[in-house]
Ligand binder design. Structure first.
Ligand code: SF4
Length: 177
C-alpha cells in the first residue's frame, strides 16, 4: 500500500512548496511509494486519512486554524515545514503592531492606497490578532527549519519518515534563515 501525503500552505508564500518541488526527478521516485492527498499540488479538495502532513506557513486567520486542526486530526505525522510554520516567520512581523494598525496601513492610509476601504466580504476568514507558529495550535511531530528548507532537507526527512524512521538531518542540511 502506498503512503498518503498531504500538504498545505497557511500564512506562507509557497516558497516551501517550491523547495519541495525542487527535489526534481525524485518526485517520480516519491510517486512510486506515496500518493498526494489534499495539497496545492493536486486537485484533491477533501483531506483524507494521511500518513504524513507537511504544513507550510504560520496561523494568521480562522481558516488557517480550521485547516491545521483538520491536518492534525487526519495525519499520523505532522511536520512544520519552514520558518513561518515554526516561529511565524515573515507573516509574524505584523505581531509588533495592533491588528487595527495593520489593516489601516494596508487598506486606508498606507502608501499606494487609492480607494481607501476596509474589506468586508463575509467570506473573508477572520484575522487573528497575532500570527502564531503552528505548534501553538496543534501538536507538531517534526520541524524542518529554513526559509525555505532546502529540497535536500525535505527529501531526506520525507524519505526517513516514509521508511518509518526518525528524520536525522546532517548539520549542513539544517539552516535557520
Ligand atoms: Fe515562504 Fe520562507 Fe515562510 Fe517558507 S518559510 S513560506 S519560503 S517565507
Amino acid at each position: 500500500m502506498k503512503a498518503r501525503i498531504a500538504t498545505c500552505s497557511l500564512a506562507g508564500c509557497f516558497g516551501c512548496h517550491m523547495s519541495f518541488m525542487d527535489i526534481d526527478e525524485r518526485l517520480l521516485e516519491l510517486a512510486q511509494v506515496a500518493d498526494l492527498d489534499r495539497s496545492p499540488l493536486t486537485d484533491v479538495r477533501e483531506l483524507g486519512p494521511c500518513d504524513i502532513g507537511l504544513v507550510e506557513g504560520g496561523v494568521c486567520n480562522s481558516e488557517n486554524v480550521e485547516i491545521l486542526r483538520a491536518f492534525r486530526r487526519r495525519c499520523k505525522i505532522l511536520v512544520a515545514v519552514g520558518a513561518c510554520a515554526i516561529n511565524g516567520g515573515i507573516p509574524a512581523l505584523r505581531n509588533r503592531y495592533e491588528l487595527s494598525q495593520c489593516l489601516a496601513e494596508a487598506f486606508l492610509t498606507g502608501i499606494g492606497v487609492t480607494d481607501p476601504k476596509m474589506p468586508s466580504d463575509p467570506e473573508l476568514p477572520l484575522l487573528l490578532n497575532k500570527v502564531h507558529p503552528i505548534h501553538e495550535v496543534v501538536k507538531v511531530d517534526y520541524s524542518l527549519p529554513g526559509c525555505p528548507p532546502s529540497a535536500e532537507a525535505i527529501w531526506t526527512a520525507l524519505s526517513a519518515l516514509l521508511a518509518g524512521n526518525v528524520p536525522q538531518l546532517p548539520p549542513e542540511g539544517i539552516r535557520y534563515d
